[in-house]
Design a protein around this ligand. Structure first.
Ligand SMILES: *Cc1c(COP(=O)(O)O)cnc(C)c1O
Length: 547
């Protein structure tokens, strides 16, 4: 047993075991450092994967009879780092952040304690942090913290799902026992994250009852279309239960107008004598911009540049209404700068969670005792990791100002990227110009074509598909050298009308997603230059092809 015990942290805090442990950690961190190169987006050369790569992994791996030393385990772990993407200045592919040190320290503390966030008797640190961060974020968005509540859960997707569970339970408290009625409907923008689609499938509403509301010119939900689609559903005997307002869409950073959505639902509730319809603000990504809700734009204590301020003001016009939503979400593993998985689900009326809770009878070994009062029987998870510890640590270290600085920088570098793109590569046109935030989507147009005309629905289906095909080739070319600059892309940035068919056609676009704390305006020039070089490669390939 002595040898096995050496695989654990010490029981008594002895120095020798601690030093062994720390030297292994030191080895991991220094091996990582040895692979770093700020001009690359991967740790050492990217790995090439043969077509049967995963198959070979399955064939080659079995559990050894005798375990190996920890040195060798660490060696294997550092092997895993080789070729891994890394969040340097040129890592602009998607919302895949670097984990900050406070976030890692929180996660690490959580791992050392290994409490279970199911119950405060088993995980008091996580229970306390959870209550603290729920209150902190409630105050930030303008929820009444004496009424609101929440918990950490499995992603922004988990929050969308939990919101839906609540939405159903509020209108149909018996549904837990009896199942759901077959005429429930949910609504979201066509630009919403697919979380809602999965949730609707999973709760048994059926994906045909997901109504995708048109997006307007600024890519946010078209409120008139919402009104029309909801009315149509109600008049046909359907019951609207859930509206998801995407407040910061993943590809466009479009922000749905929660206030206007609420006006629509209230109006319909009155007119048709309906029960209140739950609104979930899917703020997983964008909600962090609520850090500017109480920023003094006049005194401007952070001395932000005028155009950055203007962008942030624009975001605030929408984010200031987040508190109107019945529930919302903060994916701290996105703009909150913590490791996976640290998503926080917040509910305006916390006591509605009772509708989801299970009876003491069903949870016999945990729950309310004299010595434990915090038991999360309403979550879908049973055991839960204490992710709130990482969140708490990050909130402590960054403070409001720290978040304001990093969030403002995303806007700053996006503005710089847009300006330089227009100047040096005008055939790459920004397609989310009405939205500012961490992301810029851009699309390659051949001579004579442009986004403005395409968005207005003036191109034929063939023309749009032709432009999409050119963009697909371009994505391949920029993707080949992604270890230099790692751009993102999407095959359906939005959809547009055609001039000759009734179809809405998806529009493909490349993405610049500023997410690394190391991406600064001075690095933008090299990225635009990279794009220009790749345009030339595409051009040469075309000439070659046409010969
Ligand atoms: C990322 C994202 C999600 C999904 O969140 P996960 O944490 O990946 O589950 C949902 N909605 C929006 C708007 C997102 O940006």
């Amino acid at each position: 047993m002595k040898k096995i015990q050496q695989l654990f942290q010490s029981e008594d805090g002895n120095i020798q075991q601690r030093e062994n442990f720390l030297s292994l950690l030191e080895k991991i961190v220094s091996s990582l450092d040895a692979l770093k190169n700020p001009n690359k987006t991967s740790l050492g050369p990217m790995k090439e994967r043969s077509s049967n790569f995963y198959q070979e992994l399955m064939q080659d791996n079995q559990i050894a009879n005798t375990g190996v030393g920890l040195d060798q385990v660490v060696e294997e772990l550092t092997q895993l780092m080789q070729g891994h993407p890394y969040h340097t200045r040129n890592f602009v592919t998607n919302v895949l952040p670097m984990a900050s040190i406070p976030g890692i320290l929180g996660q690490f503390t959580n791992a050392l304690l290994n409490g279970n966030n199911l119950w405060d008797v088993y995980g008091p640190a996580a229970a306390e942090c959870e209550v603290k961060v729920v209150a902190m974020m409630s105050k930030l968005v303008g929820y009444d913290y004496t009424k609101s509540f929440g918990y950490t859960t499995w992603g922004g997707q988990g929050a969308v799902f939990s919101g839906l569970r609540l939405a159903i339970a509020k209108q149909f408290p018996q549904a837990k026992e009896e199942g759901i009625p077959n005429n429930l409907y949910c609504f979201a923008s066509e630009n919403a994250h697919y979380s809602l689609l999965k949730s609707i499938e999973a709760v048994g509403i059926g994906s045909k009852h997901l109504v995708r509301v048109k997006a307007g010119k600024d890519h946010s939900m078209d409120i008139n279309d919402l009104q029309a689609r909801m009315t149509e559903v109600i008049e046909n005997g359907g019951i609207p239960v859930y509206v998801v307002a995407t407040t910061g869409a993943t590809d466009q950073f479009a922000i749905d107008d929660v206030q206007a959505i609420k006006e629509v639902t209230i109006g319909l509730e009155k007119k048709y004598a309906l029960q209140p319809i739950h609104i979930h603000a899917d703020s997983a990504l964008g909600g962090f911009y609520a850090f500017f809700n109480d920023y003094d734009f006049t005194a401007n204590p952070l001395q932000l540049e005028a155009e950055v301020l203007q962008g942030l003001r624009h975001i605030r016009t929408r984010m200031q209404h987040l508190a109107i939503a019945d529930s919302l979400c903060f994916d701290f593993q996105k703009l909150g700068q913590t490791p996976y998985l640290t998503s926080l689900f917040l509910i305006k009326e916390g006591n509605s969670l009772q509708l989801l809770d299970i009876e003491d009878f069903d949870t016999p070994y945990v729950g309310n005792r004299g010595y434990g009062s915090y038991h999360t029987g309403y979550t879908l998870e049973c055991s839960r990791m204490g992710s709130s510890i990482a969140i708490y640590a990050a909130l402590q270290a960054f403070g409001k100002e720290g978040y304001q600085q990093i969030l403002a920088n995303y806007v700053r570098v996006n503005l710089a990227f847009r300006t330089q793109l227009a100047e040096h590569a005008p055939m790459l046109q920004v397609v989310n110009g009405t939205n500012i935030g961490p992301v810029t989507a851009f699309r390659l147009y051949p001579d004579g074509y442009n986004w403005h005309t395409e968005q207005a629905g003036c191109y034929t289906q063939d023309q749009i598909e032709y432009i999409n095909a050119i963009n697909a080739s371009f994505f391949e070319i920029i993707g080949q050298d992604r270890d230099e600059v790692f751009f993102g892309d999407t095959t359906r940035f939005c959809t547009v009308r055609t001039s000759d068919t009734k179809q809405q056609i998806p529009v493909a676009a490349a993405k610049f997603f500023a997410i690394s704390p190391y991406t600064e305006t001075e690095h933008i020039h090299a990225m635009v230059h990279f794009l220009k070089q790749k345009l030339q490669v595409l051009e040469d390939a075309k000439v070659e092809y046409n010969k």
